[in-house]
Design a protein around this ligand. Sequence first.
Ligand SMILES: Cc1cc2nc3c(=O)[nH]c(=O)nc-3n(C[C@H](O)[C@H](O)[C@H](O)COP(=O)(O)OP(=O)(O)OC[C@H]3O[C@@H](n4cnc5c(N)ncnc54)[C@H](O)[C@@H]3O)c2cc1C
Length: 428
Amino acid sequence: MVSGLPAHSEVIVIGGGPAGATAATLVAQHGRSVTLLERERFPRFHVGESLIPETFWVLERLGMLDRMRDSPFVEKHSVQFVNEKGILSEPFYFHDHKPQESSRTWQVVRSEFDEMMLRNAAAQGVDVHEGMRVREVLFDETSGTPRATGVRVQDESGGVCDITADVVVDASGQGSMIMSRLGLRAWDPELKKAAIWTYWKAADRGTGRDEGATIVMQLDDKQGWFWYIPLHDGTVSVGVVAGFDYLFKERTTKDPEAIYFEEVARCPGLQPKIAAAEVAAPIRVAKEYSYRSSTVSGDGWVLVGDAFGFLDPLYSSGLLLALKSGQLAADAVTAALAAGDTSAAKLGAWGPEYIRGLERMRRLVCEFYEGFNFGKFVQRHPHLKGHVTDLLIGDLFNDRVDEIVEPLNAMRREERSRLAGAAATPRG
Ligand SMILES: Cc1cc2nc3c(=O)[nH]c(=O)nc-3n(C[C@H](O)[C@H](O)[C@H](O)COP(=O)(O)OP(=O)(O)OC[C@H]3O[C@@H](n4cnc5c(N)ncnc54)[C@H](O)[C@@H]3O)c2cc1C
């Protein structure tokens, strides 16, 4: 047996990361019983330190803004791009685009941020249990389509028990319990990437409003890019993202550390920044991680955050998507409980709008890997600069930004015919 756990909870949330904490808090704000089960004890390590401005509105609903304003997290005012020659293009300052408080965001040490989110959930009535691993989601399969009815949980000493629920929210991250169990995962065929990263101390930091900028730096052959994210603990998170085959198959060494330093040597923008710095943490790897579930919900269950899908981290969209899906799912769960209808349709009513937003960000990610040049695009279509910046700040959930699609298509067509023309021209 497992002590301290209820036999029934209206809502069970699997996982206490940002998506789970968001969904749980927003449902609990309506007085519903919410039990959150997290296998780790917080604080625990997690990658993904850079927030984007549109997280502001979810943080506001969570009652997290004062905690964030009082936190030591480094303020982030822009994203900056450094090309393959090491040249910095004009930064995207969020405040220049939208002069309001939400345009300032943060670079967070995830162990600290995630713990703040989880403690905030508990303070708002969520029954939080750490050190509790969900072993399986329980389904009633008697009626044809499986309906989630609860979970089987194991505590740290091996005790096991079942808890029933009206709704199970799967926020278990990339392992995604329900997606895996029901075989719903579709890998993104265009984004077969991998990442290798670590943390440096005494690395160069900008000053003033550039101090907390996220810098995206291309490799000299444009095969991939580095992120550069300054953190308040004195370290800078520095990681390379490139094609999986390029990083792990097409070279003699298989050692991630050796590969990482080979790529550092290929990044002209990065070298001056770490000239006097040293590595302060183990080298870590994430492989082939862009995927999406074929659906956001089923009868009695709903997926949020990475448990629904994950997009390449180029524009730091992961936490925004975790918070946003947590919020949208929480509103759907609250409405479903009020209506006494926890069907797939009711719990997933937010799915199409969310996926449209995700697709907009995905398009921008794919364009970058196709060689998209922001400067050139904005020069040619100055009136669309605002839309591009909207996407970069995470304002993805409005149809207005779709005005960039046709000009993007035209630019891509042009680039393809230029490359085809160059290939067909005999060399003199
Ligand atoms: C290389 C890389 C770089 C990234 N960079 C950025 C970035 O700069 N900015 C950004 O916004 N995002 C970034 N991300 C993405 C971001 O980290 C994720 O999108 C975000 O953590 C998703 O939050 P989540 O709550 O869905 O999942 P998680 O944060 O992974 O939380 C899931 C939780 O569920 C728990 N859990 C799992 N299984 C069980 C179980 N069986 N029982 C109980 N608990 C369980 C886990 O312990 C974990 O705490 C990056 C990701 C990668 C891979």
